[in-house]
Design a binder for this molecule. Structure first.
Ligand code: BDR
Ligand code: CA
Length: 320
């Protein structure tokens, strides 16, 4: 079967990093580009982390496009306590790095980058959005056909019944840019959603990483995840971490059988001034909004095995 063309939209981020490694080395996927959005960290960290990670698995051929440096209307909030000062936990991918020069940073901003692919191959591209939906909302605002022009958009974001990780009912990607989330939900841009209800089905521990070959890249991943686990221990009281973004990538495209429950709902995202409510998803009952398929449960053991197998392949890939 031909590898499926995808663009990953990321705010790299520790779990984005794991998703990127897996996407860049999955034979089933044809990673046509990675677009960056501010979220977990500021856009310059996102761009540098993303390019460095691609380079570490020998994928500097994948174009990296810079996108929104801030949400549509709100000020940017970042999460250094969750992802570390530069987004990769105890690891800092900064400093002079000559290899980065070979990365194809495209001059085309993220929304226009989507547009160029849509023009060339209408209806073929899948976007997996693993951060705030700012780039996608901007694209729709400037008239790029983000619905029929794409095969589909899959988003890690929001929560239905599970307690929020940013507010009581709000998940981070939705809370950073609620206006973008709501515009994408209203316009039918997002076809499939992986909220916390699904992604928190799997708790990943440091011991799990023992199953991965001990390469220099595995050491970097371990140091990033160690930070993430320390955060989760403090904030969620668990001895492990949630890997939202790779769970979304795997559950949506690589091993969809691992999703054990889905619901179909038309959703909206609260965009009010009350910061405790903004970013919360709610059921839209007034009509006029398309339904999205929402994963609500996963096979945790199967997902862990799949994730580890894919990560093992990634950390053994010949990088630069
Ligand atoms: C989401 O927010 C970010 O911190 C993670 O990278 C993930 O995309 C989880 O709420
Ligand atoms: Ca993310």
């Amino acid at each position: 079967m031909e590898a499926r063309p995808i663009i990953l939209d990321v705010d790299t981020g520790i779990d984005d990093m794991v998703a990127l490694l897996i996407a860049a080395t999955a034979p089933e996927l044809n990673l046509r580009g990675v677009t960056c959005v501010a979220g977990n960290v500021e856009i310059h960290h996102v761009a540098r982390n993303t390019a460095t990670i691609l380079q570490m698995v020998g994928r500097q051929d994948v174009p990296v496009s810079i996108g929104a440096a801030r949400p549509l209307v709100r000020r940017l909030r970042t999460a250094p306590e969750t992802h570390g000062p530069t987004g990769t936990g105890y690891v800092e991918l900064r400093g002079e790095d000559k290899a980065l020069r070979s990365t194809e940073f495209t001059a085309v901003p993220a929304p226009q980058y989507f547009g160029a692919h849509i023009d060339r191959h209408p209806g073929e591209m899948t976007i997996v959005a693993l951060g705030p939906l700012t780039n996608l909302a901007v694209a729709a605002r400037v008239g790029i056909d983000m619905t029929t022009g794409l095969r589909e958009v899959i988003w890690m974001g929001g929560t239905l019944r599970t307690r929020g990780n940013t507010t009581e009912t709000g998940e981070w990607n939705a809370c950073v840019d609620p206006e973008a989330a709501d515009e994408c939900l209203a316009g039918g841009v997002v076809k499939r959603i992986f909220p916390l209800d699904a992604t928190q089905g799997l708790v990943f521990t440091l011991d799990d990483l023992d199953a991965v070959p001990d390469t220099p890249l595995a050491g970097i991943v371990r140091d990033a995840i160690r930070f993430y686990i320390a955060f989760h221990r403090e904030s969620d009281g668990i001895d492990g971490c949630y890997l939202h973004d790779p769970v979304t990538l795997i559950g949506s495209l690589l091993a969809p059988d691992l999703v054990t429950e889905t619901v179909h709902e038309a959703l909206a995202c609260d965009t009010g001034a009350d910061l405790q409510a903004a970013g919360s998803l709610y059921r839209w009952t007034d009509g006029g909004r398309p339904t999205a398929e929402i994963a609500t449960m996963i096979d945790a053991d199967g997902m862990k095995a799949e994730l580890l197998a894919r990560l093992a392949r990634a950390v053994a890939a010949p990088g630069t």
